[in-house]
Design a protein around this ligand. Structure first.
Ligand code: CP
Length: 510
């Protein structure tokens, strides 16, 4: 085996590729390359251990390769390949199913589920490591590791992979359903950790890659281009990553009918391709739409069967690492910020006009919410649980020297102090609003509300397939990390979906 210091993999969850550094990903692929000579050792070390597979969605490659990988190193296996054969059919929540699997004794659970964030929610409810074998349209991290192996194997076979930082000018084009394609999301994230590559995204507008992935590429300085036509990218591409248009993820059947045959790669289209171009596809391809024509199979560019076969070796490595077959330090799960945090006040200097002006009347006890974005006072008022009959003054479109638009709204409430939850809501609806808490006619606290690092139990995730959405009845809480305060942008900790200020919707209070 190579001489890298082993990263902590023993008992580690494999939930999202963003949890892994470039070095850790390379450790997995480099270890896979030299796996065969260590199989006997691995078998001895994992003797008596078990892998359980819990597949709530269909699979050929991922499930079979995990099962064969487990058998290859001597792990006992059991599991299910369809939710309909389990009590999920009778309404059992995911966390109960996983608790039972853990209770009956297993060392690792490999799970696939239609809801984004299901693997993380699973990991929060059991102690054994969870491997995400695909969670809705979110992530497929083990597919990414075999994709990365296949890219390096086909494009850089002679390089030592362990310390690669630059991908030698490699051009990778993703084609098809980039909006719902979890393999595309995970591989884009993985490649963003490397320099020296260019990414191209080829899709109809309705299926283009979500903006947050492009923002990540921009932040990391990875160049990319967007395209609508396959012909635009074929001549200068090294890896052509085709994907299926996924009817099962699309909410609109009419839209599926419109885009289902938008791409059809044939051997003819590869006539002017670079000799080293490899066509990859996570598979399955769709035999009705044939985004990948059978004529490509016989060309030297076809790499998708080899790519899928690489999944077996990569998954042997992963199972050996997680169960201690290959010795690495034990991984400690990072603590989760499960508790609501207080929005805090950031002190504000008096405005350019000097003293705070008194609009209409001074109050003895209560709250003044000032510098509300013009037109947003109604929304701010709507999130306050004001007792009946409490006197409230709402003033709109007042002149303001502090605000960019020169206008502001203002609310004065007698005898009321907003709760920490309400302060977070105000910070989301109107960032920059200032709050003065008044007692005995004096301001006892004044400041701008600052969103906490994590916003818990407050905001509805915009992704209808996120496990945290109340209608899925899984009990997963709403928990967002704040990735920008001005303007406010939150990111769901389960599905990674963003919520921008204009889209904020609050959960109904129970
Ligand atoms: N690539 C992949 O996940 O294939 P399966 O759906 O067949 O597992």
């Amino acid at each position: 085996m190579h001489t890298l210091d082993p990263p902590a993999f023993y008992r580690r969850d494999i939930l999202a590729i963003s949890d892994f550094s470039r070095k850790e990903m390379l450790y997995v692929v480099e270890t896979t390359r030299s796996l065969d000579q260590h199989l006997a050792d691995i078998r001895t070390r994992v003797r008596g251990k078990k892998m359980y597979y819990a597949f709530f969605e269909p699979s050929t490659r991922t499930r079979f390769s995990f099962v064969y990988a487990a058998k290859r190193i001597g792990l006992e296996t059991s599991g299910f390949s369809s939710a309909s054969s389990t009590s999920a059919q009778k309404g059992e929540p995911l966390k109960d199913t996983l608790r039972m699997i853990q209770g009956y004794g297993t060392d690792v659970i490999v799970m696939r589920h239609p809801l984004a964030g299901a693997a993380l929610w699973g990991a929060e409810n059991v102690d054994v490591p969870i491997v995400n074998a695909g969670d809705g349209a979110h992530e497929h991290p083990t597919q990414t590791l075999l994709d990365l192996y296949s890219i390096l194997e086909s494009q850089m076979p002679k390089r030592a992979w362990a310390d690669i930082e630059e991908l030698d000018g490699l051009s990778v084009a993703f084609v098809g359903d980039l909006k719902y394609g979890r393999t595309v999301h995970s591989l884009t994230t993985a490649l963003s950790r490397f320099g020296g590559c260019t990414l191209r995204f080829v899709a109809p507008e309705s299926l283009q890659i979500p903006a947050e992935y492009l923002e990540e590429l921009q932040a990391r300085g990875v160049p990319y281009t967007l395209h609508a036509r396959l012909e635009e990218v074929v001549p200068d591409t090294d890896v052509l990553y085709m994907t299926r248009i996924q009817r099962e993820r699309m909410p609109d059947e009419a839209e599926y009918e419109r885009v289902k045959r938008v791409f059809h790669l044939t051997s003819e289209q590869l006539r002017h391709a670079r000799p080293n171009l490899k066509v990859m596809h996570p598979l399955p391809r769709n035999k009705e739409n044939l985004e990948l024509d059978f004529s490509v199979d016989a060309t030297p560019h076809a790499y998708y069967y080899r790519q899928a076969e690489n999944g077996l070796a990569v998954r042997v490595t992963l199972l050996a690492l997680l169960t201690g077959g290959i010795e690495t330090p034990e991984h400690r799960r990072p603590a989760r910020e499960a508790q609501p945090q207080r929005a805090r006040f950031e002190p504000v200097e008096p405005g350019p006009g000097g003293k705070t002006r008194k609009y209409l009347f001074a109050i003895e006890d209560g709250t003044v919410i000032d510098h509300i974005l013009p037109g947003r006072s109604g929304l701010v008022k709507s999130v306050l649980s004001l007792p009946e009959g409490v006197p409230v003054l709402v003033a709109e479109n007042l002149e303001s020297r502090r605000s960019a638009s020169g206008r502001k709204d203002l609310i004065k409430i007698i005898g009321y102090k907003p709760s920490p939850t309400e302060l977070s809501q105000i910070a989301l609806i109107s960032p920059g609003a200032t709050i003065s808490l008044i007692h005995d006619r004096a301001i006892v606290e004044k400041g701008r509300v600052v969103l906490p690092e994590y916003v818990a139990g407050l905001v509805l995730c915009q992704n209808p397939n996120c496990i945290s959405r109340p209608e899925h009845l899984e009990g997963a809480p709403s928990l967002f990390r704040t990735i920008s305060r001005t303007p406010p942008i939150l990111q769901c900790t389960y599905c990674d979906g963003p919520v921008r200020q204009e889209d904020v919707a609050f959960l109904e209070r129970g």
